[in-house]
Design a protein around this ligand. Structure first.
Ligand code: FMN
Length: 195
């Protein structure tokens, strides 16, 4: 049997890199496809494959800024220039963004919506790990735009759909510092019957 320790250490070494610490090069289209392919191995009740990946790179990020600005103005008529500049700057922080949504099947006889969201979240984690394995930095972010209907529709999702969030991707400008993680034993207990 092979020693899994190096792989377990690799899994445990994943950490997020701040979006503003990500620069070119981002994965090219072929590499990105290979990274996203790992999502297809996510656990998926009913083989619904509910995840959808919208790839936004280069100049198209400005169009995401437009979408965020329009949504923000709709939400609050008294918005000031500083707030607009701030929201517009969000998509410009990293060279590549993948907006991950859940194409929800409503009223499925066996798979409630929560399970479809969980499947897409698992696919997202595979993607984050694949990016990490390839030396790219990434971070999953939501914020209000991920829950805003006009943003969701503008990205090409439907009203009923959900978003997992925006994965910002690129090459870290510096080696991310390793972070100490809690000891999992505080989250484990042996259950030996109802309490
Ligand atoms: C669904 C989801 C949405 C998130 N949205 C945000 C966010 O909007 N802003 C943020 O600072 N972190 C957000 N995070 C947390 C980061 O992705 C990241 O996990 C956190 O910064 C800790 O870094 P680590 O992944 O290295 O532990 C989100 C995480 C998840 C799972």
């Amino acid at each position: 049997m092979t020693d899994p320790t190096p792989f377990l250490d690799f899994l445990s070494s994943r950490r997020s890199v701040k979006a503003q610490m990500l620069t070119e090069p981002a994965p090219d289209d072929a590499t990105l496809t290979a990274l996203l392919q790992t999502g297809m191995s996510a656990p998926d009740h009913g083989a619904i494959r509910p995840w959808r990946f919208k790839v936004i790179r280069g100049a198209d990020r400005e169009k995401l800024s437009d979408l965020f600005e329009t949504a923000m103005r709709k939400r609050d008529q008294n918005i000031d220039d500083e707030m607009i500049a701030n929201i517009r700057s969000k998509p410009m922080r990293s060279p590549l963004i993948v907006a991950i949504g859940v194409s929800v099947v409503e009223g499925h006889p066996k798979v409630p919506v929560i399970e479809q969201v969980v499947a897409a979240a698992c696919a997202t984690e595979n993607f984050l790990l694949a990016a990490h394995a390839s030396g790219y930095g990434a971070v999953l972010l939501t914020g209000w735009p991920a829950f805003d209907e006009s943003v969701r529709l503008g990205l090409g999702f439907e009203k009923k759909d959900k978003m997992i969030g925006f994965v910002y991707l690129g090459t870290p400008v510096e080696d991310p510092r390793s972070v100490a993680r809690p000891d999992v034993r505080q989250f484990i207990e042996t259950w030996s019957g109802p309490v």
